[in-house]
Design a protein around this ligand. Structure first.
Ligand code: ADP
Ligand code: MG
Length: 321
């Protein structure tokens, strides 16, 4: 009986940790209350699932995928997108509408122009005329009655960079669950999804300080399923003539958004939390009311470094003293 309990994912086991480099960041897997070999097998499956998502949605690198093909289709040609791409795009558009356009999945041309995902990283902003040319008109992406998609202009380019990491986390956790794991965290460079608990206690999640590396603003004690996703101006940026330029763009101006240093959103789905953390970063503290209406706990560190949170987050947040 005891032996049966010790094998598999029940009973007392030490946490199993594994780290992989994916999606341009370190992805850490923690599996709790599970035999080491089982846990490692499950983690291998989850990381394969996540790597597939990356390949499927990225607009960078050499490989081809449906997103890149769509971005190459002639303007005005309606195409059918694969089901998973269309579904994530519908979710992205829902967040786009609910955030008054702060989240925009068709910013590909502008993102590419700024070049934060390029190697080597950029060191100065593009010219104003280039930014104007890369900006697309609102509503450039059309969903037809038949469920097909078309682009109205050439700079209307899909970019799932603000949501795909969350989607990969969702698929990674789904793979762990299919392998029998009940208690785990997948942490992709500070964006995480948790399931279950940690030896019967809530998982303790630190929220990073946007300016003091290695320090946290506070922490949350959470049971899964839940995702905690942060967008920050400290992840990919350069300083030019004393100003900070970073990778989260305000679709209205075509420039890096300037109302926050970081924005954190909680939702069971990591895809939803990821899209909203990007949107909230663009909206700044004013966006917190919208997330309260949607019952999502959220916080923003404004450009002065002041911490703002909505009521849902206040109920969960333990400040660091
Ligand atoms: P990170 O990827 O660093 O965790 P985000 O989730 O906020 O941060 O995503 C930033 C990425 O999202 C950018 O690299 C770009 O691809 C894309 N992006 C930038 N601005 C926007 C925006 N306003 N709406 C949607 N996607 C955006
Ligand atoms: Mg995001």
């Amino acid at each position: 009986m005891l032996l049966l309990l010790l094998a598999g994912c029940s009973g007392q086991h030490e946490d199993v940790h594994e780290t992989r480099f994916m999606m341009g960041t370190l992805v850490e897997f923690t599996v709790s209350d599970c035999d080491k070999q089982e846990a490692q097998k499950a983690i291998a499956r989850a990381s394969r699932a996540m790597a597939r998502i990356e390949q499927r949605f990225t607009i960078y690198g050499d490989g081809d995928n449906a997103v890149k093909r769509f971005n190459r289709t002639p303007v005005g040609t309606a195409v059918t997108l694969p089901k998973d791409v269309a579904q994530l795009l519908m979710l992205a558009r829902k967040v786009q509408r609910a955030s008054d356009g702060a989240f925009d999945p068709a910013l590909g041309a502008l993102n590419r122009l700024w070049g934060f995902s390029r190697e080597p990283a950029p060191t100065r902003p593009p010219a104003k005329a280039q930014i104007r040319a890369a900006k697309h008109a609102p509503g450039c992406l059309i969903h037809t009655r038949k469920g097909q998609w078309l682009r109205r202009s050439d700079n209307c380019q899909l970019d799932f960079g603000g949501i795909a990491k969350g989607y990969a986390l969702d698929r990674g956790i789904a793979a762990l669950k299919r392998a029998g794991i009940r208690n785990a965290i997948i942490n992709a460079g500070g964006d995480m999804r948790i399931i279950g608990s940690h030896h019967g206690k809530p998982w303790r999640i630190g929220i990073r300080h946007p300016r003091k590396s290695g320090q946290v603003l506070g922490y949350l004690a959470l049971n899964g399923p839940m995702s905690i996703v942060t967008s920050g101006d400290y992840e990919r940026f350069f300083i030019y003539q004393g100003r900070r330029y970073h990778h989260i763009l305000d679709p209205a101006s075509g420039m890096p958004a300037h109302k926050a240093q970081s924005a954190t959103v909680l939702h069971p789905s990591a895809s939803v939390a990821d899209a909203w953390s990007t949107a909230l970063f663009v909206l700044g503290p004013k966006g917190l009311a919208r997330l309260q209406q949607l019952r999502m706990p959220a916080l923003v560190v404004d450009t002065q470094g002041a911490l703002h949170m909505n009521a849902a987050m206040r109920a969960l947040f333990h400040p660091m003293r």
